[in-house]
Write a protein that binds this ligand. Structure first.
Ligand code: ADP
Ligand code: MG
Length: 300
């Protein structure tokens, strides 16, 4: 039997909901049994810890966030509408539809030894639909979506960063999902970053190595507002790089008109002029909701 001290540490980790530490401690308990010569017990304990292990005879639904040891790194995003709700140019929409077709016909591609594209970079100015489209892809492919907490990955103690990046990619390979590496610009080097350069380099190198060799079970979608600040070697490792451009004048007017109608807001000349000054879809949405709020406050 495991020592009281070992079990006590494990229980503490569980009550702190620190699944990563709990998993490490549980593994230590199994290793300790092996050291004591209880190999059958060790094997059984290790087996019980496997992310793919069935629970209470329940069907195997793939690893959970907890089992992947990824808690603190991944946050599940609530479902969003499909691609139809995202304003896209024809080329963008066609690219995304092709990606989804590859996903649907993945078995056929695999049978012929053809890779499905799964590592995607969306780039362009803020507020133009990159994060929204990533979540819409999850909706269209019926996959859960998670946002990767890059700060948690990078804020890890020295030496733990590589481990967390590995956990992240292990999860991506095992659990069909959309993993959103949102605003990877944090990994950019040219920005005056408070983090010490050595540690930043380690994160980038670690992510690059995994990107090169990993085949996500679903999609890994990174977004960037400043692609020119990203390491070109990192950018090169994505299967598809898709631009989300700022809306043109015509696109701003069309989008603003639709949103105003959806919110029951009258399209005044002033509002139209404000749409003209907007730079992103998100700004137009804000203008319409500001207008709606003003109207309600004025009793309208
Ligand atoms: N192309 C778009 N079509 C429809 N709505 C959009 C679009 N771009 C932005 N929005 C609106 O603005 C919000 C923020 O956009 P987001 O996707 O987070 O921008 P980005 O990730 O490019 O910075 C979205 O949740 C959505 O409400
Ligand atoms: Mg975003």
């Amino acid at each position: 039997m495991a020592k009281l001290a070992e079990l006590s540490k494990l229980f503490h980790a569980i009550s702190a909901r620190d699944w990563r530490v709990a998993q490490e401690l549980a593994l230590e308990v199994a290793e300790a049994e092996a050291t004591r010569g209880n190999h059958a017990a060790a094997t059984r304990l290790r087996g019980a810890l496997k992310p793919n292990g069935t629970r209470n005879g329940a069907p195997n639904n793939g690893p959970t966030v907890e089992a992947a040891g990824a808690v603190g790194i991944l946050t599940e995003l609530p479902p969003l509408r499909g691609l139809g709700s995202v304003s896209l140019r024809q080329r963008q929409r066609a690219e995304l539809q092709t990606l989804l077709k590859e996903w649907r016909l993945r078995d056929r591609l695999q049978q012929h030894g053809v890779r499905r594209r799964s590592k995607i970079l969306f780039y362009g100015p803020p507020g133009c639909g990159k994060s929204m489209a990533a979540r819409a892809i999850a909706h269209e492919a019926s996959l859960p979506a998670y946002v990767v907490q890059l700060d948690a990955v990078m804020g890890a103690f020295l030496g733990q960063t590589a481990l967390r990046v590995r956990e992240l990619f292990r999860f991506a390979e095992a659990a069909p999902s959309v993993l959103l590496l949102d605003e990877v610009d944090a990994l950019g080097r040219e920005r005056g970053n408070a983090m010490d350069v050595g540690e930043l380099d380690r994160v980038v190198i670690s992510v690059m190595q995994h990107l090169e060799h990993s085949e996500p079970a679903g999609f890994l979608i990174a977004t960037s507002n400043l692609p020119s600040h990203l390491d070109p070697a990192l950018v090169r490792r994505f299967d598809l790089k898709l631009e989300f451009p700022a809306p043109t004048k015509a696109e701003r007017t069309r989008f603003g008109t639709e949103i105003a109608r959806a919110h029951g807001v009258t399209l005044t000349q002033r509002l139209k002029a404000e749409f003209d000054g907007a730079r992103a879809f998100a700004d137009i949405e804000r203008l319409v909701s500001d207008e709606k709020r003003r109207k309600l406050l004025n009793g309208g």
